[in-house]
Write a protein that binds this ligand. Sequence first.
Ligand code: VAH
Length: 330
Amino acid sequence: MKKEIRRIMVTGALGQIGTELTVALRNRYGAENVVATDCRPLPSETLRDSGPFQTADVTDADALDQVIRKYGIDTVFHLAAILSAVGEQKPQLCWRINMEGTLNILELGVRHEMARVIIPSSIAVWGKGAPLENTPQESVLKPATMYGVTKVCGELLADYYVRRFGLDARGLRYPGLISFETPPGGGTTDYAVAIFYAAVTEGKFTCFVREDTVLPMMYMPDAIRGTIELAEADFARLRHHADFNLAAMSFSAGELAACIRKHVPAFEVTYEPDYHQAIADSWPRSIDDSAARDEWGWKPDWDLESMTRDMLDHLRARLANKGASAARPS
Ligand code: VAH
């Protein structure tokens, strides 16, 4: 019988996923049962007053072990990572943070006989040789980026720890994630977040990928729900572990701009592709997530229209409170 999730540690808790996942886990498991950790010294305003926070560098196994022992942690959601764009600027740092961190978490998961270890992956695992449309669960994994290399290695390591040590490790290949709570840092899909802030504050945006660049994307509420649903799924039903494809929608930068323009008619976007373009071109345009749907009942709730409306509503409300000159709504 698989162990129950009771006391959770989140790494990278101040990041784009980590912030919202920590809040969702605290609401579901009790605030005092979810310890937020990050290499940065201070908790964010969102997390500071909602539960325990510890500074911990994921490359420091002893520091992580101390947090695990102090709080009696039995489950880790390991979100700390260097993303694709920064990873191409600093490939050695990306390898060190992503791989030393993941190995430390897996080793500690075994040492402390943990209930679950969640090791996220990404659509960045794909590259040359993988189908660009409806990319299947089983496919060639030849990533073009150091970030993608670390994600393939993370999947392989986690699956090894499942087979070799009986650790219950699980993970999702996240698409680009869009959210309004915490700005992302260093990703190639970050344009799809920055464009919303620009629509509400400037009324114009310069996009670093071509207008026709299509990528798989997901609204953060779907990603958070999917992460928790996978963590809570019956292990006996899972034929995959740390490499589930996860999908919701795919759209081009131009389609996203057009959808925003339905709410901000005067919104202007210019396209000036830079080094992000080569990364985006190496990734699929759409992915097949039938394994997640079959093995643990995955189903997305949000699409481009509903996400766009919700993002603009939240950003306008927040920026209006701060007095920013929000673009006039339609
Ligand atoms: C990145 N947002 O752009 C991340 C993600 C699918 C991309 O892994 O690097």
